[in-house]
Each structure stands twice: as structure tokens, then as C-alpha cells.
Write a protein that binds this ligand. Structure first.
Ligand code: F6R
Length: 620
């Protein structure tokens, strides 16, 4: 997730673009950059790793005079391909330095496109997937049937791209024009008087205009100071949807919500889809960085998963997936306990370290301890360039984008999705799944974002229930199999956001003690497994619900649509779409996040900044 802005008009573009980038920084802050066209053939670019302040300092140092011009664009990056360095910062430009591009998303087929350019002698300067696009446009502009035609050259290249992208192209020979395109990532047009704006969202231009145009999928928009045209990738004209923006600036940054966390919950289908994107190519699961050979992976005979908090809960889900698919023994450890326990590790142990921030001290120390014992380390991380992936032998990035709400939601779901990929990668390396079985499992995973989207669309009944429960002092959560980590995560969300005593239990453990807690009207949230999965799991869970209902508990049951057997025992039913049992956490977690957020809001708490907590815990 990156922030993108574009401007063509009558003001100094640099000022408009830098101000807009400030509004977009919540979308990424690994690096930022600007490109300004001076109107007489000059294209000035400045870009810097780190926060926007670094870019501004560089502009001050180098002098802003060369950035005079009324058309420009900017980018604030959340790194996916390539480290967060100056070199990898956007904009990228072609060899002749006439064309510039900024990009949000993932170009899935950048590998073959890069090889094609390298074969043609093009020197690529960055490690990004983005840079190929600008060289391809330059080559299309230089020769063939699109020579000299900026629009046709851009369209020709767009038709070759796979993946998800918002791209903005400028050309020094066409200084009053920006060509932009979107597929599966956001882009909005702001329509001013004698000025046009582009932004990843309306916060980019809301100070200047409240009239905007929503673009459809696979749309191209060409803006000049006083006009915009919308086309499909074949160059056929299409209509955009004009709308008026009523939000104030603060609400605009939060997508109209009161809190970032609520927006982040809604971003989960995209976070999961982006995390999966590009990781199954040519019939194989691929990681982002792998400094391990296939033989190293085959030699693994034991897995430890280490993480903290929500990331630890995602690791508990990983255990079920890895054991089931790759037939390897897996232990899941709280990172803070791991190294003080003298764990038995050697060269054939794989330690999977899961961390959104990549900086959590407990997890980092666990990684260091594992490496001292010669174990191999695979990081699952949301932050490119952070310490944990840097110290690991292999990395799989979750692509949830920056998470501003302190409580993890979209990063958690992306971790769960990434952990499934780890399970499949190990199964593939060890041969415990045939290639066609891996392909089938991946296809089922790839279908999940659509189901998550469906679920989010029905959140209102969960919110209503949460308002009803907001005055309770204790809420318990029960789950079995992969529903158990979901119960733990649901309880953690409620504790940290709503400051309500909440506990998650493995349902089978109930009779060994916790059942003593059940009393009249105590709310118990139960995560039901799929009735189409292992029958024993489902029937055992039904018995557990009966046991607690008989003792007066108020049962809130999360169950698959069409699961009739559960209805008599559910005082409240939250239905989720049907899915394979193993993948159900990607769905069953979502209502629990919405529930916790709404309870906290009803109690009047700041959902984004729960008391006593920090987003990144860099002390042990
Ligand atoms: C809970 C939460 C925390 C983090 C934990 C690990 O909502 O956000 O429990 O999951 O502090 O953080 P990372 O993933 O950055 O290592």
C-alpha cells in the first residue's frame, strides 16, 4: 500500500504535491518522492528513503528552484519489492530521463518483463517491480506503431501488465498531461477549476476541491489542467462516477470512519489478496526472499513458530496448516519465553518468526537465539527492511500496508494468509503434496478475499450485538482446532480495545476447570467449525455449547451459513460463508474484530490508541 498523488493546474505543483503527500503518509512512509515538469521539457525528480521530512530536507538542500512547474506527481512508499532505499524510492524514470512513473500495487509479471528489458540492454537502476513499466513505455514511445504517441504507448504497456496497480506516468515532452491507470488498487480524480488532481484517496486533494470522479476497474484517466478523459485499457471511452465529498479532512484519511482501525478491518480482503499475490507462479509457491536452498528446506525435520500477541495467534493457526500439509512437527512459542527455555534447535530446525513490525524485541531476540544454535529462520513480516527479515534466511512479506490502529487487524489476517503459504511451501519442498494438490489448496486460499468482503458487508448485526454487550464485565470465547486460536484472538481484541475481562479457551478444556466460571447471562462466544469438515469436531463443539447453555450462559455462535444443527443452541447467531475448515480463521476472526471495536466505541474509548499499549514493542 503506497500513497499516490498527481496534479496539473495553475499552482506550483511541488507545493500541492508535497502537501498531498503529507495527507497520504498514513499509507506508507518507507520513502517518498516527487517529479515536477517545468513546462519546457524539464523533468525534475527528488526522492529519499524514510519519512517525508527527509524528502523536504533534500529539496531544501538541493534548492527548490529546479522544481518550478504546474504539473507534477508524488509518492509515499510502503515497500513490497526491494528495500526502502533512495534507489528504490519512486518516481522511477526511463534511461533518457524523459518519462517518470509512480506506482502502488504489485506487478506480478515483472520478472519476465525485467528479463526482456535486460536482454534488450536496458540498465535497471532499482530492485522494484515498478521500474519495468517506465522503460517499457519509453521503448513503446521510441519505436513501432506507438512511436511518438504517449497515450498509445502507455496503453500498450498497461495491457501487458499482470497484478494490481495504480500507475501515474508523466512525460517531459507532454508537460501538461498525466496518464494514470488503475487495476484493483485505488485512484480517485479530483476536479477543480482549471486544475485536476489524482490521489489514492480523496484526502490527497480535499483541501482544493470536493468534486471527485470514481474510476472503475481497468480504467485509464488522462488529466490536463482543464479536462479529464477516461478510457479502458483498449482506449475505448468509459464513464467515471462523479461524486461530492462531504467528509472533513480527518474523516477522509480514515475513509469516512471514526477510527483507522475500522478502515483497516475493511481493508482486509485486499490485505489478504495482496499477501497471496505473486506467490504462486509457474505452478509453484515462491517466497519473497530465499537464502535457503530447496535442499535446506527438504532437510527441515522440525518447526518452531515464534511470535508475540496477535502474531502468536496467527502462528497457532500455522501449526495446523504445516502439520497437516507438510507433515512436520510444529511447536508454537511465545517469543518472550522461547530463548529462556533452552529449546532444542539445530541446522534442520526451521524457526518461523512472525512480526508485523519486524522490530518486536522479544521476537528479534528469539531469532538471534535460533541463529546462534544454527537453526534456519524464515520471517513472516509486514515491514520491508526491518530488523527481523534482515536477520533471517528467508522472508515472506505480508502486504497489509501500514497499520495505524495499535490493535492488529489487517496485519493479523495477512499473517494468517502468509502462514498458509509457508505450509504449502514446505509441503511442496518436502513432496508431501503433489503439485496439483498445492495448486488446489492455493486456489481455495485465493478465493478467500471475496468471502471476507462478503462478511464485512454484513457487519451491522455484529455491531448491534456489540452495543448490547458493551456493559458486560466478562466475556468468554471458545474454539476447537483452528477455532481455538481465533477464540484467543477474539479475547485479546476485546481486552485490549474495550478493557473487558475476556478469555479464550480450547472448548475441550472447559470441563477441566473453566466451566466453573459459567453463570446466568454470562456471554460466551463460540467459534463453530464447518459442518462439512471433520464431523467429530463439529459434534464435539455442539456438545460444548449445550453444556454452557444448560448452565445459563448466553451463547453467541459464529457458524457457517446453512449450519442448521447449531441454531437451537445459539442465543445469537453470526453466520459466516462456508470455507475449507483449515482456512476458516480468515473468516471467523473478522466478526470478532468488529465486535471488539464496537464494544470499545460504545464504551467511549479511543479504538486506535488503547491505553498502555504501543504499536511496536522494541523493549523486552
Ligand atoms: C494485538 C497486537 C499485538 C502484536 C504484538 C506483536 O492487537 O497488535 O499483540 O501482535 O505486539 O507485534 P509484531 O507483529 O509487530 O511483532
Amino acid at each position: 500500500m503506497c500513497g499516490i498523488v498527481g496534479y496539473v493546474g495553475h499552482r506550483q505543483a511541488l507545493d500541492v504535491v508535497v502537501e498531498a503527500l503529507r495527507r497520504m503518509e498514513y499509507r506508507g512512509y518507507d520513502s517518498s518522492g516527487v517529479a515536477v515538469l517545468d513546462g519546457s521539457g524539464g523533468l525534475a525528480i527528488e526522492k529519499r528513503a524514510g519519512r517525508l521530512a527527509n524528502l523536504e530536507a533534500a529539496l531544501d538542500e538541493d534548492g527548490r528552484d529546479s522544481f518550478k512547474g504546474t504539473a507534477g506527481m508524488g509518492h509515499t512508499r510502503w515497500a513490497t519489492h526491494g528495500r526502502p532505499t533512495d534507489r528504490n524510492a519512486h518516481p522511477h524514470r526511463d534511461v533518457e530521463q524523459r518519462i517518470a512513473v509512480v506506482h502502488n500495487g504489485i506487478i506480478e509479471n515483472f520478472g519476465p518483463l525485467r528479463a526482456e528489458l535486460e536482454d534488450a540492454g536496458v540498465d535497471l537502476l532499482s530492485d522494484t517491480d515498478t521500474e519495468v513499466t517506465v522503460h517499457l513505455v519509453a521503448r513503446a514511445y521510441a519505436e513501432g506503431d506507438t512511436a511518438g504517441d504517449f497515450e498509445a504507448s502507455a496503453l500498450k504497456v498497461l495491457r501487458r501488465l499482470e497484478g494490481a496497480f495504480t500507475l501515474l506516468f508523466t512525460h517531459a515532452d507532454h508537460p501538461g498531461t498525466i496518464i494514470a491507470a488503475r487495476r484493483s488498487t485505488p485512484l480517485v480524480v479530483g476536479v477543480g477549476t482549471d486544475e485536476m488532481f489524482l490521489g489514492s484517496d480523496v484526502a490527497a486533494f480535499i483541501e482544493h476541491t470536493r468534486e471527485a470522479i470514481e474510476l472503475g476497474q481497468d480504467n485509464v484517466v488522462i488529466i490536463t489542467a482543464d479536462d479529464y478523459r477516461i478510457l479502458d485499457f483498449d482506449g475505448e471511452p468509459v464513464e467515471g462516477r462523479p461524486f461530492h465529498i462531504d467528509w472533513d479532512l480527518e474523516a477522509a484519511e480514515k475513509g469516512g470512519h471514526d477510527f483507522f482501525m475500522l478502515k483497516e478491518i475493511e481493508e482486509q480482503p485486499l490485505a489478504v489478496a495482496d499477501t497471496l499475490r505473486g506467490h504462486f507462479t509457474n505452478g509453484r509457491i515462491v517466497l519473497d526472499e530465499q537464502r535457503l536452498t530447496d535442499q535446506d528446506l527438504r532437510d527441515i525435520d522440525k518447526v518452531f513458530v515464534v511470535a508475540c500477541g496477535s502474531a502468536y495467534h496467527s502462528g497457532l493457526v500455522a501449526k495446523y496448516a504445516i502439520e497437516h500439509w507438510a507433515r512436520l512437527p510444529v511447536e508454537v512459542e511465545l517469543a518472550s519465553e522461547f530463548r529462556y527455555r533452552d529449546p532444542v534447535l539445530d541446522r534442520s530446525t526451521l524457526v518461523v518468526a512472525i512480526s508485523q513490525s519486524g522490530e518486536t524485541a522479544d521476537t528479534l531476540e528469539a531469532v538471534r537465539h535460533a541463529r546462534e544454535q544454527k537453526a534456519r529462520v524464515l520471517a513472516v513480516c509486514n515491514t520491508n527492511g526491518s530488523q527481523i527479515p534482515r536477520e533471517s534466511d528467508a522472508v515472506l512479506y505480508t502486504r497489509a500496508g501500514p497499520e495505524i490502529g495499535v490493535a492488529s487487524t489487517k496485519a493479523f489476517l495477512a499473517q494468517v494468509a502468509a502462514n498458509y503459504l509457508v505450509g504449502l511451501a514446505l509441503a511442496q519442498a518436502r513432496g508431501t503434496k503433489y503439485p496439483d494438490e498445492v495448486a488446489r489448496e492455493f486456489a481455495e486460499l485465493a478465493a478467500m478475499p471475496e468471502l471476507i468482503e462478503k462478511l464485512i458487508g454484513r457487519a451491522e448485526s455484529v455491531r448491534e450485538l456489540a452495543r448490547d454487550m458493551a456493559s458486560k464485565s466478562t466475556i468468554l470465547f471458545l474454539g476447537r482446532h483452528v477455532g481455538y486460536p481465533v477464540a484467543l484472538e477474539g479475547a485479546l481484541k476485546l481486552k485490549e480495545l474495550a478493557y473487558i475481562h475476556a478469555e479464550g479457551f480450547a472448548a475441550g478444556e472447559l470441563k477441566h476447570g473453566p466451566i466453573a466460571l459459567i453463570e446466568d447471562e454470562l456471554p460466551v462466544i463460540v467459534v463453530m467449525p464447518s459442518p462439512k469438515g471433520r464431523a467429530v469436531l463439529h459434534s464435539k463443539m455442539l456438545s460444548n455449547i449445550r453444556e454452557i447453555q444448560a448452565r445459563g450462559a448466553r451463547t453467541i455462535v459464529i457458524a457457517e451459513e446453512g449450519d442448521e444443527t447449531v441454531k437451537p443452541f445459539a442465543d445469537h447467531l453470526i453466520e459466516i460463508p462456508a470455507s475449507p475448515t483449515l482456512l476458516q480463521p480468515l473468516l471467523s476472526t473478522v466478526p470478532l474484530q468488529i465486535f471488539a471495536a464496537q464494544v470499545a466505541q460504545t464504551r467511549g474509548y479511543d479504538v486506535d490508541k488503547p491505553r498502555n499499549l504501543a504499536k511496536s514493542v522494541t523493549v523486552e
